[in-house]
Design a protein. Structure first.
Length: 94
C-alpha cells in the first residue's frame, strides 16, 4: 500500500518547527497503514496498536534529526518492523 503525502514540504516545515499539527498530519496519514503492517507481522491487535503509538512517540522525539519527509516515513516503517521483530522474539523466549 502506497501512502500519498499531501503537502509534504509543509508538513516537514511544521514538523521541524515543533508544531503538533505536523505530528497530527503524520498520524492521520500513516497510523492506519502502519497498524496494518504491524498487525500482519505480529497478529495481535493490542500489541500492534502499542507498537505503532510508540513509533509516533519516537518520531516526535527525533524530529530535529529528519531533513525530508521520506526519512520520517522510512524511520516509522523501520521502527515498527524492528519493534515487531523484538515482540516476536520476546514471545519465543517467554
Amino acid at each position: 500500500m502506497r501512502v500519498k503525502m499531501a503537502n509534504s514540504g509543509d508538513i516537514l516545515l511544521l514538523y521541524k518547527q515543533d508544531e503538533r499539527a505536523a505530528l497530527q498530519k503524520l498520524f492521520t496519514v500513516y497510523y492506519e497503514p502502519l497498524l496494518l503492517y504491524c498487525y500482519r507481522l505480529i497478529r495481535e491487535p493490542e500489541s500492534a496498536e502499542d507498537i505503532v503509538q510508540e513509533c509516533f512517540a519516537k518520531v516526535w522525539q527525533k524530529q530535529k534529526d529528519f531533513q525530508y519527509v521520506y526519512q520520517v516515513r522510512s524511520f516509522m516503517y523501520t521502527s515498527v518492523r524492528n519493534s515487531c521483530l523484538n515482540e516476536l522474539e520476546h514471545r519465543q523466549v517467554v
